[in-house]
Write a protein of this length. Structure first.
Length: 19
């Protein structure tokens, strides 16, 4: 699913920012 890929990319981009 494109949404799944987008969610993963979004999380990956947010994780480093949160850390």
């Amino acid at each position: 699913w494109a949404v799944e890929g987008t969610a993963i990319r979004s999380t990956m981009a947010v994780l480093p920012r949160m850390h």
